[in-house]
Design a protein around this ligand. Structure first.
Ligand SMILES: C[S@@+](CC[C@H](N)C(=O)[O-])C[C@H]1O[C@@H](n2cnc3c(N)ncnc32)[C@H](O)[C@@H]1O
Length: 387
């Protein structure tokens, strides 16, 4: 049977729209349109479940319910109150509102969330005699109210908790990169899964785990127990189990050559714990080393790393640190393709190698560059410097 076509919107990190659009096209989405930090597309319930389970660079999959025009503030309450929420949400369920506003009659997103919540709970109380309560931490229903100029779009959030929460990270390290960003960087780097890959400042191991999950076709949501749509009245558990079964059957047993090291033994302990949880011990080898003393475990391989940046981890001398990275790359990593992400745009220049690519991305609120260095081998085995 053909499922009903529905408009959907996947939210992402600024800089990953292209990668996400490609992921969605791969899943069979149509009418794909790249927006700012989001991609809109058309799908059906099957695609909504599937994109939640498989998209590595989506943060949330929203299902727009209705739009309306706002001329004055009271229009928000009135339109939200007119909608038949009782068809979607039970009075015993909990809800939370995520409000995003830009260029509107409202100046405070908290106020928009509050007014929207009032309209929804009033509506349900009038119809059912009881009202749902609010739970900001772990609600059954997340409703997204998006106001741009005079247009308001109200959507159901089919993901629940943000999809970067893959479910494999039990303990967090000092400054972990988000799983969604890590998965996006691996895809942007065009790493082909047969080349050995290393991260010499791997922290809790996120980049390596995401690389391994991508290479082995392990669904992004494989370790996650809950998705928002599971609480919806129309949740189709048979369809959901079928999607999981079909995609879990595609997990490959290919053996990977991934290596991670960090100078902090505590970080390596956390990375080991995460790798053990994901059962990737055969694919990811972890050791405690400083980058300065590490002997590269591979030749002509790929290096992707997220060194500390000034804003997140205080470096005594960021310039000297990035100079050191450049010197070590030149001395020991001839023949490698190296990618570094950093928000310390000034210090990055002190690596002293000319990047062949510079991709702007955001790590949370930090504007970063993901830069590529092609470390061509010169005659003496050292990196040929192209300035
Ligand atoms: C921003 S964190 C990396 C976070 C990692 N991507 C994750 O998801 O957990 C930077 C890491 O670099 C490590 N580090 C800093 N200086 C180092 C050095 N000289 N050699 C090796 N590791 C270093 C820190 O211990 C820290 O774990």
């Amino acid at each position: 049977m053909q499922e009903k076509k529905i408009p959907l919107l996947a939210k992402t990190i600024s800089g990953l729209e292209e990668v996400l659009a490609a992921e969605l096209a791969n899943l069979g989405a149509t009418d794909i349109l790249k927006l700012n930090r989001a991609v809109s597309f058309t799908g059906d319930k099957w695609l909504m479940y599937k994109s939640n389970y498989l998209c590595r660079t989506a943060l949330r999959i929203l299902m727009p319910l209705f739009h309306f025009e706002i001329k004055e503030q009271k229009d928000l309450y009135d339109h939200l109150h007119d909608f038949a929420w009782e068809d979607y949400l039970d009075e015993r369920q909990t809800l939370s509102i995520d409000a995003v506003i830009s260029y509107t009659v409202f100046t405070n997103s908290q106020f928009v969330a509050q007014k929207s919540k009032d309209a929804i709970v009033d509506r349900i109380r009038e119809r059912r005699g009881k009202r749902p309560s609010v739970d900001l931490e772990n609600p059954d229903f997340r409703i997204n109210v998006h106001l741009f100029k005079d247009l308001c779009t109200v959507s159901l959030d089919s993901s629940g908790q943000s999809l970067h929460r893959r479910g494999y990270r039990k303990i967090t390290g000092a400054a972990p990169i988000s799983e969604t960003l890590a998965a996006g960087l691996i895809q942007l780097s065009k790493w082909d899964i047969t080349t050995p890959l290393m991260d010499p400042m791997c922290g809790s191991g996120t980049l390596l785990i995401e690389a391994a999950m991508l290479a082995k076709n392990i669904p992004a949501g494989y370790f996650r127990k809950e998705f928002g749509f599971m609480k919806w009245k129309d949740f189709d558990s048979v369809l959901w189990e079928k999607i999981k079964k079909e995609n879990n059957a595609l997990i490959s047993t290919v053996k990977l050559r991934l290596f991670g090291s960090d100078q902090d033994v505590h970080a390596i302990d956390i990375a080991r714990e995460n790798v053990r949880f994901t059962a990737l011990q055969e694919d990811i080898n972890l050791e405690e080393h400083s980058f300065e003393t590490l002997i590269p475990p591979f030749d002509n391989a790929f290096l992707i790393s997220n060194p500390p940046y000034d804003e997140r981890m205080k470096l005594d001398d960021a310039v000297a640190f990035y100079k050191m990275i450049g010197n070590i790359l030149k001395q020991k990593y001839a023949g490698f393709t190296a990618w570094i992400i950093s928000s310390d745009l000034e210090s990055l220049k002190f690596v002293g190698l000319r990047p062949s690519r510079r991709i702007p991305v955001f790590n949370g609120p930090l504007e970063c560059r993901f830069v590529k260095f092609d470390l061509f081998a010169g005659r003496k085995g050292q990196v040929r410097i192209i300035e």
